[in-house]
Design a protein around this ligand. Structure first.
Ligand SMILES: [Zn+2]
Length: 44
């Protein structure tokens, strides 16, 4: 199972939001793997 997950991330050219699966920029790295939209939602 772990091997499959590693392969999955290796194929990703950039980070993806763990909430909606959207591509996120490196500048949001400080928030983890969550895009700006999901951060706003979880901030409420
Ligand atoms: Zn998101």
């Amino acid at each position: 199972m772990l091997g499959k997950i590693t392969e999955f991330f290796r194929n990703l050219p950039s980070k993806k939001c763990t909430e909606c699966g959207k591509k996120i920029d490196e500048q949001h790295e400080c928030y983890g793997n969550i895009c700006n939209d999901c951060i706003k939602v979880s901030d409420m």
